[in-house]
Design a protein around this ligand. Structure first.
Ligand code: DX5
Ligand code: ZN
Length: 241
């Protein structure tokens, strides 16, 4: 269990949000799947946009993201896993998205890219691979609206949590508290029914639900969302709230 250094971590509002990962949905029946998710009560939709360079995969693209914009009222939570962040930021900004995370590891000019995102009136986030230290965001913390902690190595669904990342979530909460910023922490990768309580207890505020929770094979979307809410409540109990 992570050991948070700070006694009472600043949490956003203890409203833990669920953002289903579209790449894990039924891509051949996506509109129907998203409608089912909306009925089950989700907060955002997570779009993993990959260029097959930064990560060796490309599950969904710009055209699909643009078409889905017309099919749902959900906020779009964009996770860029690309070499050319500025190209993709400008491309998705015109689609009408609400938040964009870029990887610190692929951002040549991270401060400028985050300014461009915020210049569009879109929330800006930095995604950190499991091995990347939190110090990567020290000098852009005032340009951030959230932090995306990768709990698996990016590029694929269905992977297992990198164990050290549970402590990293807690360390990130402590790091943000120390900088006096009350920013949400989004966690992404193997956000499973078993891992959610630990992730929430460590300080996670936004959960990317993928193959091990929202789209888990053993339940319907509604049943899985219910199981997630139960797991969240266990984590909030551990947080002492
Ligand atoms: C991986 C993506 C994740 C992925 C999560 O690079 O960022 O959003 O879809 O899938 P699971 O939940 O199966 O790990
Ligand atoms: Zn993602």
């Amino acid at each position: 269990m992570p050991t948070p250094e700070s006694q009472s971590p600043i949490t956003t509002n203890n409203k833990i949000r669920i953002t289903p990962s579209v790449m894990c949905a039924d891509l051949c029946n996506l509109e129907k799947d998203i409608q089912e998710l909306e009925k089950s009560g989700i907060d955002l939709l997570h779009f993993d946009l990959m260029d097959a360079h930064f990560v060796p995969n490309m599950p969904i693209g710009l055209a699909l993201t643009e078409q889905l914009r017309q099919k749902t009222e959900c906020d779009f939570d964009i996770h860029l896993m690309v070499e050319d962040n500025d190209f993709f930021v400008n491309a998705v900004a015109n689609i009408g998205v609400q938040q964009i995370a870029v990887h610190a590891e692929s951002a040549t000019h991270l401060d400028r890219t985050l300014s461009v995102i915020q210049g569009y009136g879109i929330k800006a986030g930095v995604a950190l691979n499991p091995a990347t230290p939190l110090s990567a965001i020290t000098y852009v913390i005032d340009r951030l609206d959230y932090v995306l902690i990768m709990t698996v190595n990016p590029g694929f669904a269905g992977q297992k949590l990198v164990p050290a990342t549970l402590q990293k979530i807690s360390d990130c909460r402590t790091f943000l508290d120390k900088h006096g910023v009350n920013l949400p922490i989004e966690v992404d990768g193997n956000v499973s029914f078993e891992n959610i309580p630990k992730m929430v207890a460590a300080g996670a505020d936004i959960l990317v639900g993928g193959s091990s929770s929202v789209f888990h094979k053993t339940g319907s979307r509604a049943e899985n969302i219910q199981r997630i809410h139960h797991a969240i409540s266990l984590g909030l109990e551990d947080r002492g709230v």
